[in-house]
Design a protein around this ligand. Structure first.
Ligand SMILES: [Zn+2]
Length: 159
């Protein structure tokens, strides 16, 4: 068994051969309805009974794609709407939010694209711009990457 060290980088920038994740297509496939409204407290929300995603108006394209990807993950996991929940509900709500963010980040930022961007970008802002995501989504993806690398170092698994 060879210990896993740093990811070997190709000598040239990796061409993107795959289609980028399209959350609009994913929402369509799931039969979800998307509406726009001037939301005050959030960028988007998931309304389970109506299988409805509401997105804030005036988002940039990048914000809208990230937000929709996040809300689609709530739909995939049959997450609840915790707006009116008590303390236990708020804790569960935070878990749901983290899970939706992480699942969305994995889909929005494929590993090969992430490693490519990290290879040359001089700042997180630049990497996020190259990857077409918000800095928040990149931060979430980087946390996953760090966890994955630690996991690879300490276990043998085919995942
Ligand atoms: Zn959410």
């Amino acid at each position: 068994m060879t210990p896993t060290h740093r990811h070997q980088q190709p000598s040239t920038r990796t061409a993107r051969m795959h289609q980028p994740y399209d959350p609009w297509q994913a929402a369509d496939t799931l039969g979800l309805t998307i509406r726009y409204a001037p939301l005050r407290d959030c960028l988007g929300c998931w309304v389970p009974p109506d299988r409805l995603i509401v997105l804030a108006t005036r988002l940039t394209h990048v914000q809208e794609r990230d937000t929709l990807a996040h809300e689609v993950e709530h739909a995939l996991k049959h997450d609840t709407d915790c707006r009116y929940a008590g303390a236990a509900g708020r804790l569960w709500s935070r878990r749901q939010e983290a899970r939706a963010d992480e699942a969305a980040a994995r889909k929005l930022i494929p590993t090969v694209d992430l490693e490519d961007a990290l290879n040359w970008a001089t700042s997180r802002e630049e990497a996020a711009h190259e990857l077409g995501v918000t800095e928040h989504m990149l931060r979430v993806r980087l946390l996953i990457r760090r966890r994955d690398l630690e996991w690879l170092d300490t276990s043998r698994t085919d995942g």
